[in-house]
Ligand binder design. Sequence first.
Ligand SMILES: [Fe+2]
Length: 170
Amino acid sequence: MAQVRFHDTNEYISSAEEVVTFLNSQEIIYENWGVDRLDPKHRDNYSPTDEEKQEILDTFKAEIDEISKRRGYLTADIIVLSDKIPNLDELLTKFKGEHHHTDDECRFCVDGHGIFAIKGKDGRYFDVELSPGDLISVPPNYRHYFTLMDDRKIKAIRLFVTPAGWEAIY
Ligand SMILES: [Fe+2]
């Protein structure tokens, strides 16, 4: 279950209900699909083959189809970040640059953790710390950046309308 941390006070929102209420108030989509139905062979595998990636996508097909219909997403794929990637630090430096997109940025965390740091409607910055089973969709034009947590790894499903709408505007 995701947690929210405010940058200015370092305060956390940890109760599931309060996290959902807060993110809804920010018009950020948050869902908890869970990962219980995922075949254990996929857990903590940070080098999935194309076939394994497809199996993960197939596992969550009903949820992906439902949110895609609702939000107009046309493509789903899997992104993996871990220390197995030789230029991980370079990528993280890039991801830490604040930016926005013209479409939603939608991610479902399968393994590991990730942080979306978001500038809220009132200008206040907060982190949304994602755990396995969490889905977030950052709406268009919300300034944000992404980083990893202490485990330095994530495997996530990306959902998007078009690659163009998902380009970062710094
Ligand atoms: Fe982004």
